[in-house]
Write a protein that binds this ligand. Structure first.
Ligand code: TRH
Length: 370
């Protein structure tokens, strides 16, 4: 039995930041729980801003390795075998890496296929199912589907053990003063992290003439805002934010009165923030994301105005975006707080993952606080 279990996490960056965002968060939480992690990734460049501590070598027990190295003979010859493999979001492991393991190990590692997050009803049924490998060098080995989710019978959500303590220490007033020093009394501070929602001009028009201030995150959100504003004679109060670390991103969500988030990881972080939010779901060609969004809204027990806001923001309906009036914000806040309370009562993903690995005969050392 190894004293400190070793995990290989494999990640390919398809587009945007969620693949690496989730894998880095997973690696960090495993390391915090006393595990050793190798993160194999084909493009680690976003870690420069997402995880600057890593570049300063201040994250112990995590090694970030280039994806291509996992196919190099000289690397494989000297690689201590890992106890667990995580194949994130169905990325296929390099064949040479798998073949080397098959040829040199007496038994297979615990092999987990970490899936995308969804609130749909089939997720609990699929979570934990074995998936026999039918071809290739590892034919006869078995992977297991691990589905994150919102219900107790799924894999749960990534949550740091010190999350609530960090939130308690956070100086919200200081953050707001630093990032929106001119915010007028009664003005809402709103963060924007999205793709290119059709309703963005509507939101910006709605903000014109109000004391509210929009904080726009870099990349696609900033480009979309600049394009929409180019056609507007009067502008709302807004400013652009630089890229920040994942912890800095949390600070933003905790500081704002309303958050627009997107994809997968920032949705989870908005939930942990407990503030009202509107989710721009990652769009799929066949509109499969519509059912996924509705399932999430059902799980959230979303009030009608917030459901409408989501449908309009995601281009599923064309009527008006509900206003940011106090009564709407109030019901959205109650809904977000209730969702947070439900989630806090459930086991985090890392706890469930460690238990799963332990049940598969790998020794797991006790969790260490950060
Ligand atoms: O970037 P995304 O749209 O990623 C998406 C989704 O994960 C989607 O499901 C997936 O299929 C697609 O990628 C390939 O949104 P997401 O998931 O919220 O990831 C953003 C990450 O970037 C998250 O970890 C937060 C982080 N981030 C920072 O750390 N600092 C920043 O300044 C910003 C803007 C983001």
């Amino acid at each position: 039995m190894p004293s400190k279990p070793l995990w290989d996490i494999f990640c390919t960056v398809i587009d945007n930041h969620g693949d690496l965002g989730v894998c880095w968060r997973l690696a960090r939480q495993l390391a915090d729980a006393g595990q050793s992690v190798r993160l194999w990734v084909d493009d680690a460049s976003a870690l420069a801003w997402m995880a600057p501590d890593h570049l300063r070598c201040q994250v112990p027990n995590i090694q970030v390795l280039p994806w291509a190295a996992a196919s190099q003979n000289d690397v494989l010859q000297n690689l201590p075998p890992a106890d667990v493999w995580i194949e994130a979001f169905g990325c296929t492991l390099p064949e040479a890496f798998v073949a080397h393991a098959v040829n040199t190990r007496p038994k297979q590692p615990v092999w987990i296929n970490l899936e995308y997050l969804s609130a749909e009803s089939w997720v609990p049924r699929m979570h934990g199912l074995p998936s026999p490998v039918m071809s290739g060098p590892a034919k006869g080995w078995t992977k297991t589907f691990f589905y994150p989710g919102f219900a107790p019978d799924t894999g749960g959500l990534l949550r740091e053990t010190d999350l609530l303590a960090r939130q308690k220490r956070f100086d919200r007033a200081a953050w707001r003063t630093q990032h929106a020093p001119d915010l007028a009394p009664g003005g809402l501070l709103i963060s924007l992290f999205c793709y290119e929602p059709a309703a963005l001009p509507q939101l910006l028009t709605q903000l014109v003439g109000t004391p509210h201030h929009l904080l726009v995150t870099p990349g696609r959100p900033l480009a979309a805002v600049q394009q929409a504003l180019a056609g507007m004679p009067v502008q709302p109060h807004w400013s652009a934010l630089p890229y920040t670390s994942q912890d800095g991103f949390d600070d933003m969500l905790w500081a704002c009165d309303l958050n627009f988030v997107r994809g997968e990881d920032s949705l989870v972080r908005a939930l942990w923030a407990g503030q009202p939010f509107i989710w721009h779901i990652y769009p799929q060609d066949d509109n499969a994301h519509h059912a996924k969004l509705e399932a999430f809204l059902d799980w959230m027990q979303t009030p009608p105005s917030l459901r409408q806001a989501h449908r309009v923001w995601n281009g599923m309906e064309n009527p008006e975006l509900p206003t940011l009036a106090a009564n709407n914000l109030g019901t959205w806040a109650t809904c977000a707080q209730a969702a947070l309370d439900r989630l806090l009562a459930q086991k985090p993903l890392i706890t469930q993952l460690l238990a799963f690995v332990q049940n598969n005969d790998i020794q797991v050392t006790p969790s260490q606080p950060r």
